[in-house]
Every structure is written in C-alpha cells, then in structure tokens.
Design a protein around this ligand. Structure first.
Ligand SMILES: NC(=O)c1ccc[n+]([C@@H]2O[C@H](COP(=O)([O-])OP(=O)(O)OC[C@H]3O[C@@H](n4cnc5c(N)ncnc54)[C@H](O)[C@@H]3O)[C@@H](O)[C@H]2O)c1
Length: 308
C-alpha cells in the first residue's frame, strides 16, 4: 500500500486508521478527505500527510489526485448521528456521495473498503450473520443498507473489482470525543463517572451489545484491504456484553464502585441486542479481535486519563 485515500479521515475511525498507517507504512502517501461535519482537526495531531477539506460528493478526484492511481480507498465518511432523521440529508450524503466515489473508483477499479454498520440488522435476539436480511429501523441504517446494495450491484457488474463492506458493531476508543451524543456509551459513561456522577443507563441494564475497540477495527480495515475479492463482513468482538458489564469494567479500570442510575429508554426502536458472527472475516482475512471488553476499557481509560 503506497497511495491511500481515507474519506472521513478527521473522524473517529478514520483518524485512528490514518495515524496507524502513517506509523506502520512511513513511505505511504496518504490523502485524507473530510468535510468536518462531525470530524475534528485535533484527532490528527502528528499527522504529516495531505488533507482535503471538502464534501465527498463535490470532489473532483482528477483535480485532487491527478492521474495517479490509489492503491486503496478506505471510505469512512458518513453522517454518523443515528438520531439525524432528515431522510434526504442522510441518503443524499451517505448514499449519493458513495455513488460519486464508486463512479470514480470504477474507472481504474481502485479497491474500496467501505464502512457499513451493524445497524442494518435492526432488532433481533439472534447472533448476527452477514446473510441476515436487513431490517433498518432508522434512516441512518437504511442509508447503510442502500450503500451495501449499491456496492453489491457494482461488484456483480465488475467481478474483478474489489469492494469490501465492513459492518462495524459498537466501536469505542481514543479520538471519539468530537462525536458528542453519538460517541460510544463507554466514553459517555466514563465522562459521567469522572465527573463524580453515577453512570446513567437505560432500564434495565441487561441490554447486550457487541463492543469493539477501535484498534481491532483498524486491523480489520487493513486486513480487508489485502483481500482478493469483494464481500461484506461483520466487524465486532463476537461477544455481547451487558451494560452492567460495561459499568463493571469501567469501575474496575477507574478504581470506582458506582452503581448505575436507570433512566427510561426514549427510543421507540432500539437495538437491545447485538452480537457479531465473525467467522466470515476470520476465514477471509484472519480477522481476530485482540481486545476483551475489560482490556479495551482499561486501555481506553488510561488513554483518557492521560489526555485530560
Ligand atoms: N463508530 C461506530 O461505532 C460505528 C459503527 C458502525 C458503523 N460506523 C461507520 O464507520 C464510519 C466512521 O464512523 P466514525 O465513528 O469514525 O464517525 P465520525 O463521525 O467520527 O467520522 C465520520 C467522518 O466523516 C466526515 N464526513 C461525514 N460526511 C462526509 C461527507 N459527505 N464528505 C466528507 N466527509 C464527511 C465527518 O466530518 C467525520 O469526520 C462511518 O461510515 C460510520 O457510519 C461506525
């Protein structure tokens, strides 16, 4: 990998990926693209490559990149606030901007690794396999389903071209503070507890989610870039942890003993259970999440404490 474009490069996952690539492939030429809708420049402290501040759908790729071919594009740009219910906005930005990227990448068959989401699966009590029929419960999730549909249409039309979708589960870790209310519950609970408040969770705390540390997500992106063919893969830890277990891990890492405060869940549609089946990614590119919830939370708490 020598020439790499990352859309959403000032965002949470994008900045972690950019800094990891810069560290591991020092001779790589990196271009980040971000419209700073939610991303923040402070995520890119120490970044030495190029950055284009522009909305993806408006980018003139030839003007930006010239005739040189990219080795891979990591497409992470998206409206990531799942409570943004403006249908046109979500679909126009998330799907049409992706279409714009794919039209350009198609010309040279530039490999694209793009972010889909576990939100596409909707509400279920079962472990989520990639073959599950999508059941989007909000327009954000619907936009991700449409991105998957678009990518699979292109992949069928151009079988030699590599388009890889990654369905991220609940990602947490350094450089997500800019997301505010859309940041991970692990970050939000940490903030409450460091401010001397009891951690507030939705009643009854036995909801279970698949939490995945951003370092494992970065590894998944790099692994997927090395794939030889198209596909869609779940990227989670493979473990569903309850909100109570999250608080237990935070208490342990922070040396506290808070009991939760329960609040009513205001959302009509809520994923009270997510768990990724990760066999497909393991078989395809040896995806193996390394961080347990306890280790990931400990590492993250140490990072947050040292950053404040
Ligand atoms: N963090 C998670 O738990 C999670 C879970 C599932 C899927 N995802 C997906 O992963 C990707 C990255 O998410 P994140 O958590 O880093 O969120 P983020 O909001 O931190 O990053 C998204 C970045 O994209 C930029 N952006 C948005 N729309 C753009 C556009 N049209 N043109 C250019 N830049 C644009 C934003 O400014 C931001 O920097 C997204 O596609 C998101 O839907 C994330």
């Amino acid at each position: 990998m020598q020439r790499i474009l990352i859309t959403g490069g000032a965002g949470f996952i994008g900045s972690n990926l950019a800094l990891a690539i810069q560290d591991r492939f020092p001779s790589a030429s990196l271009v980040l693209l971000d419209d700073f809708r939610s991303g923040h420049f402070s995520n890119l402290e120490g970044y030495q490559g190029d950055l284009c501040a522009e909305r993806l759908g408006k980018v003139d790729f030839k003007g930006l990149l010239g005739d040189q071919r990219m080795d891979v594009v990591f497409h992470l740009a998206s409206i990531t606030d799942t409570t943004e219910h403006d249908q046109f906005l979500q679909l126009n930005h998330n799907v049409e901007d992706f279409r714009h990227l794919l039209k350009w990448a198609c010309e040279d068959q530039t490999p694209v690794v793009y972010a889909s989401s576990a939100a596409t699966y909707g509400q279920t009590d079962d472990i989520m396999t990639e073959s599950k029929v999508p059941s989007p419960q909000n327009v954000y999730a619907f936009s991700k389903v449409q991105m998957d549909n678009l990518a699979s249409q292109y992949a069928r039309q151009f079988p030699a071209w590599k388009l890889v979708g990654l369905k991220f589960f609940n990602v947490y870790g350094p450089r997500e503070a800019h997301k505010g209310a859309a940041s991970s519950m692990i970050y939000q609970l940490y903030r409450q507890m460091r401010n001397g408040q009891r951690p507030r969770i939705f009643h009854d705390g036995e909801q279970r989610r698949d939490f995945i540390h951003v370092e494992d997500v970065v590894e998944a992106c790099l692994g997927a870039a090395a794939l030889a063919s198209s596909g869609v893969y779940n990227i989670g830890s493979g473990v569903a942890s309850s909100f109570h277990q999250v608080i237990e891990a935070l208490n342990k890492a922070m040396g506290l003993q808070y009991v939760p405060e329960y609040i009513p869940n205001p959302y009509a549609f809520y994923q009270a259970f997510t768990q990724a089946e990760i066999i497909q990614a393991r078989n395809a590119f040896q995806y193996q999440p390394r961080m347990t919830l306890q280790d990931g939370v400990k590492q993250y708490v140490d990072w947050l404490d040292s950053a404040s």
